[in-house]
Design a protein around this ligand. Structure first.
Ligand code: ATP
Ligand code: MG
Length: 181
């Protein structure tokens, strides 16, 4: 009994989903990355639909020795009519995510905004579910973004929904350096 509890406590390999319309999904994932890196764990972050443009969290992650790859452009993706390049970049992000997860070399892999890429149909649900089915025991997988699909939620072990109670955007406050990016 005691041994099985210890085994449960020590094992990794759980899947987290941070979704919902409130602020805090990406920053929660980066907070977890920071905590894991502090414990000497190997972390890889892959960002869908975001450019590698020196966002605060990208700079800080690299300072902590966290591997980070960002696959978006700095143009908004049109949900109804995404560009070929948007689809290609999201597919490449997923391909790399799958490689990193299946390599078994990481303690934590974060797929930031993957839920949005799926909602925009830039990547396929079956590819995402197959990635979730092949997470090695030692790897913790974190998937962020609004509009997480029901099938993704079902397969995950931990799901947190950030719900907007208030957001200062409604007061006209736009994205601020160091707070939103
Ligand atoms: P953060 O990156 O601050 O943790 P998030 O990942 O939860 O936020 P996203 O859904 O990825 O937020 O939204 C992208 C951007 O929109 C972020 O700059 C975020 O701060 C902002 N945002 C988040 N929620 C809201 C909201 N309810 N209304 C307006 N803007 C929002
Ligand atoms: Mg986000």
């Amino acid at each position: 009994m005691f041994l099985s509890v210890v085994a449960l406590v020590l094992s990794m390999g759980y899947i987290h989903v941070y979704t919902g319309n409130g602020k805090g999904k990406t920053t929660a994932a980066f907070g977890l990355a920071m905590r894991a890196a502090g414990r000497g764990k190997r972390v890889c972050i892959i960002q869908f639909m975001k450019p590698d443009e020196g966002y605060g969290e990208q700079v800080s992650a690299r300072k902590l020795g966290i591997e980070l790859h960002a696959f978006g452009t700095n143009q908004f993706v049109n949900k109804r009519n995404p560009k070929k390049e948007d689809i290609e970049r999201a597919k490449n992000a997923l391909r790399m995510g799958k490689e990193k997860v299946e390599s078994g070399e990481y303690d934590v892999v974060i797929l930031d905004e993957i839920n949005v890429a799926l909602d925009f149909n830039l990547i396929s649900l079956s590819d995402v579910l197959s990635l979730m089915d092949n997470v090695p025991e030692r790897t913790e997988l974190v998937m962020t973004g609004r509009y997480a699909r029901e099938e993704v939620i079902e397969k995950a072990n931990l799901v947190t929904e950030m719900r907007e109670v208030k957001h200062y955007f409604q007061e006209g406050v736009i994205a601020r350096e160091g707070i939103e990016y």
